[in-house]
Design a protein around this ligand. Structure first.
Ligand code: SF4
Length: 381
């Protein structure tokens, strides 16, 4: 199979998969080598300081399962069913790779003849790429529900990243949208295996792990999703949780439900980064009502409005962790502030700009410089 054939077969199929840097489906990768109508087949992944285009592919769209939200569910007549052999998938990918269209592969699949058989097909594709073609670039392999532990190990040997989609934050919610899936045994157990295998290998297996939640259709609250996300980050060393705002798919049992506001998806990403990268505890997130994040405000800013607006943080004495709680200050800016204050005093916002801090206006409401609010600070009211 050549690369063009592979892309044409994947057209309109893999837009449902989120796997790269960009959480939103609506940001196609632009490339002079990629026709615009095929851009949904490619996502960007950051490796080190470089972004690379990655092909999003599926071994099959002929799924035998019946998850209520999914376009590939069994019996959905409007879905085009395609299945690639491992040889065809590997050959097509290598053609695209050699042509410079993509630099990496994300390989997922519907379930066909059981999770174990499907996983074998995914593993065979990875093995052909590594062994027959000597391909050493980025591979992300999906772990199928019900895959065996040894298959998970093989996937981690072949891939840079593996993923198992939980889809919902707990068994009760998964039952609503995918009653045929077993949350604990088929899904969460496999994420735990990834962590265990990584630990047992003493550094040999380094594949990172991710998961994805479908947001909205099970009536779950943000608190439930972020509670599970927090467990995955803290206990299982998950690299990233993806959140996919539910979109009703025609000819599925959930096609009468409204789409989830994409702002909710954005707020979940922002909150998950606070848990993963900014030292926030789950209890500190600004949930309202029954346990949802406010839609109209970034959760970090909502927290700062409650905690820093009246008692601003002194930039000369704050710890790195405290600095990173200020809106507009991330890891890089925190490090720049700490380095700059060792050399001398920071008197005003211009001093912060001069040392490379970017979002000074955003932080101005919440900080003190030498005991004073910055002079350029906009007023609260
Ligand atoms: S197992 Fe995966 S591909 Fe199959 S219906 Fe469920 S979500 Fe869709």
């Amino acid at each position: 199979m050549d690369g063009e054939d592979l892309l044409k077969n994947l057209r309109g199929v893999t837009e449902f998969e989120v796997a790269g840097d960009q959480p939103q489906r609506a940001r196609p990768v632009r490339s002079p080598r990629l026709p615009p109508d095929l851009s949904g087949c490619v996502t960007h992944v950051t490796a080190g300081s470089r972004k690379m285009p990655v092909l999003k592919a599926l071994t099959t769209t002929a799924c035998e399962r019946d998850c209520f939200y999914c376009p590939f569910r069994a019996g959905r007549s409007s879905m085009r069913r395609i299945t690639f052999s491992p040889d065809d998938m590997a050959q097509g990918f290598m053609a695209l790779h050699r042509a410079g269209v993509v630099e990496g592969l994300f390989l997922s699949s519907g379930v066909i003849r059981g999770g174990v058989t499907t996983q074998d097909s995914i593993l065979d594709t990875g093995a052909i790429l590594r062994e027959k073609y000597g391909y050493s670039g980025y591979i992300h392999l999906k772990i199928m529900p019900g895959a065996e532990r040894d298959q998970v190990r093989q996937a981690m040997e072949l891939a840079d990243r593996v993923s198992i989609n939980l889809e919902a934050p707990n068994a009760r919610r998964l039952e609503v949208i995918a009653p045929g899936k077993n949350f604990d045994d088929e899904l969460l157990a496999r994420l735990r295996w990834v962590t265990d295998l990584r630990r047992e290998s003493e550094g040999r297996l380094r594949a990172s792990s991710t998961t994805e939640f479908v947001v909205g259709p099970a009536g779950e609250r943000d608190l439930e999703i972020l509670s599970m996300t927090d467990v995955l980050y803290r206990q299982l060393g998950l690299a990233r949780a993806y959140f996919s705002a539910f979109r009703p798919v025609m000819d599925t049992p959930l096609d009468n439900l409204p789409a989830t506001d994409s702002l909710r998806q954005l707020r979940l990403y922002q909150a998950s980064f606070l848990l993963r990268d900014y030292g926030f505890d789950l209890e500190e997130l600004p949930f309202v009502g029954e346990g949802d994040l406010p839609l109209q405000i970034d959760p970090k800013r909502a927290w700062a409005d409650q905690h820093l607006a009246q008692t601003p943080l002194e930039l000369h004495t704050a710890s790195r962790r405290e600095l990173m709680r200020v809106p507009g200050i991330g890891a890089t800016s925190a490090d720049r502030i700490i380095a700059a204050r060792r050399k001398g005093r920071l008197h005003d916002l211009a001093d912060l700009r001069a040392v490379g801090v970017v979002n000074v206006n955003r932080m101005a409401l919440y900080v003190l410089l030498d005991g004073r609010r910055p002079v350029e600070q906009p007023r609260l009211f």
